[in-house]
Design a protein around this ligand. Structure first.
Ligand code: ZN
Length: 570
């Protein structure tokens, strides 16, 4: 039995994610996790909310809540939506957990002792009124470039120019409005990534078969310009993992926390500890420590392309630099962006469909199928309502749903609600079984290779093969002259429903469960032996005709939704 550790990029806490976020990490990770479990392998599938940093503080302030309360509430919201989409995490943790705090501090000490963290002095904006150094986003003023009056310390939202807080005209604190800001000297911890650059490069060169999208981004960061830069890993915030703590080999970091991008990936490991703390398991180290059983684990990460630098360089730098036997990633599956109907998804303009809205329109499987079968793998992809409508109506309603409905209803009307007896499989049936065997093996290969779109096409082809058989065997005609032969055809058709339920479960788990329930079976074993799998439901086995599996999307619905989610145009 193979062992698979699977992580999805952890979503940031401030707000509900859109469908583009979903298909760029959590959903394909779930597909892979469900597939590996279905093949009888041992899986640890982990995700969490990424909760530290300035945006969380600002969002909490806007909501008028203490940041810890805000994060607890939003974590619950994201967890419920994830459940609604059938995301089968073994644990959905929180980067603000005690486990992550301890582990982050542990890594920092290790890195320091290995000469990879150093203290550096720099000058930074200080607010005497607020009694603290201000992060860039806590400073606003007039943009020197365009005159916009609410430009932030790091960027002007009006002209998009990247700024330094000292560039701003009339800068003020967004906490108190204080204008008596001054530059003061302060210390920060730096991770000396430049010292690990060669080690990282060697490691990346040994990764076999990584997607070009992943390696090209990593190489660009390693070698462009002056190469991989040392990185400040502390910030002046109160919400985060404290950088000053008992046992810290440095001093003077009071009031500072580790930068969110230092602690967030460490949460992948901490989350497995949370899994134990939650009573769901008892040994997390056999997933993460190569000296404690993780040597035979295959670790796959899923993420959008914007997260690749942190996962190919920053997090591996933390792990390699620790000189401890932590499990490194084996394969990074990265995705391009999903655009929305001729533009981008936009939270601020309410443009596009967000995860909670999607579930209020249609069941998760409709979205899962469309998103996965159109995953932005080789290039950016685009969601349009026309495409969504046609894909759902054709693939799900006409091909899969119709097959299930026709065969079960025909059997009920001509035989009974039980698998009919009699007849034998002839040439046509044997040909179908041979064809399905080839197609199923191809499907398995695409799933192993994490080729999401190709796997979806292969699955669709398997559904289509059954439909074509039904169309050409035409048991409704056969029945008039040879009811025994019609019985054999229907028996094969009913067994195909169970087979389809098993194969389709990673894509459309809810529907798959309905199909198995209608076939009155809990046998969800994988069809390693296709002829045997197509004899799993014997003559006499009772079933029920299920309700319509997929309703069609009407033109009125499509137009209504198109209008509703278009957002406010500028
Ligand atoms: Zn500007």
């Amino acid at each position: 039995m193979a062992r698979h550790l699977i992580t999805s990029a952890i979503p940031y806490i401030n707000g509900i994610k859109h469908l583009g976020n979903l298909v760029g990490s959590q959903l394909p990770a779930d597909l892979f996790a469900r597939y590996q479990r279905a093949r009888g392998n041992e899986v640890m599938f982990i995700c969490a909310t990424d909760e530290h940093g300035t945006p969380a503080e600002l969002a909490a302030a806007k909501a008028g809540q203490p940041v810890a309360d805000y994060c607890t509430e939003m974590h619950l919201v994201q967890a419920q939506i994830a459940e609604g989409f059938g995301l089968s995490f073994d644990h959905f943790g929180r980067s603000s957990s005690e486990a992550n705090k301890t582990l982050t501090q542990h890594f920092a000490v290790q890195l320091y002792q290995n000469g990879l963290i150093e203290e550096r002095s720099e000058t930074q904006m200080y607010s005497p009124t607020d009694g603290r150094f201000l992060p860039d986003r806590y400073i606003e003023g007039t943009c020197p470039n365009c005159g916009f009056e609410s430009a932030r310390g790091d960027q002007c939202d009006n002209c998009t120019k990247q700024l330094d807080p000292v560039d701003l005209i009339n800068p003020h604190s967004t906490i108190s409005g204080a204008t008596d800001l001054e530059m003061r000297e302060t210390k920060h911890l730096y991770l000396l990534q430049s010292k690990i650059k060669d080690q990282l490069e060697d490691w990346i060169d040994t990764r076999e078969g990584w997607p070009i999208l992943t390696t090209s981004i990593a190489k660009k960061w390693l070698t462009d310009g002056d190469g991989l830069q040392d990185r400040g890993i502390t910030r002046d915030l109160s919400w985060g993992v404290p950088a000053q703590f008992d046992g810290a080999p440095w001093s003077g970091m009071d009031g500072k926390v580790f930068y969110v991008w230092f602690d967030a990936p460490i949460e992948y490991i901490a989350c497995a500890q949370e899994w134990v703390d939650a009573g769901k398991g008892n040994d997390w180290e056999r997933w993460w420590r190569t000296d404690k059983g993780a040597g035979d684990v295959t670790y796959t990460q899923f993420m959008g392309k914007d997260n690749v630098p942190f996962h190919t360089l920053s997090f591996p730098a933390t792990i390699l630099g620790s000189n401890e036997p932590w499990k490194l990633v084996d394969y990074i599956k990265s995705f391009n962006y999903l655009n929305y109907d001729g533009g981008q998804f936009s939270t601020s303009r309410g443009r596009g469909v967000f995860m909670d809205q999607a579930l209020s329109l249609l069941p998760a499987d409709y979205w899962r199928w469309w998103l996965l079968s159109h995953a932005p793998e080789s290039s950016d992809a685009e969601f349009t309502w026309e495409n969504f409508q046609s894909s759902v109506n054709k693939d799900l309603a006409d091909v899969l749903g119709n097959f299930v409905s026709r065969i079960t209803k025909f059997c009920r009307s001509k035989f009974s609600e039980a698998v009919p007896e009699g007849g034998t499989y002839g040439e046509q049936e044997q040909a179908l079984i041979a064809e399905l065997t080839v197609k199923i093996r191809a499907y398995e290969q695409f799933m192993e290779d994490k080729e999401v779109r190709k796997a979806a096409s292969a699955l669709r082809a398997i559904w289509v093969a059954g439909n074509e058989y039904l169309q050409s065997a035409a048991p409704w005609s056969t029945f008039k002259e040879d009811p025994e032969q019609a019985a054999a055809q229907v028996r094969l058709g009913l067994n195909l429903i169970r087979l389809y339920a098993v194969l389709s479960a990673p894509f459309i788990p809810e529907t798959s469960a309905k199909m198995l329930a209608a076939m009155n079976t809990q046998d969800d074993s994988w069809p390693d032996d296709v002829p045997a799998a197509l004899a799993a439901l014997p003559a006499g086995h009772g079933f029920t005709v299920p309700d319509v599996l997929f309703g069609k999307i009407t033109d009125e619905q499509r137009e209504d939704w198109q209008e509703r989610f278009a957002g406010v145009r500028d």
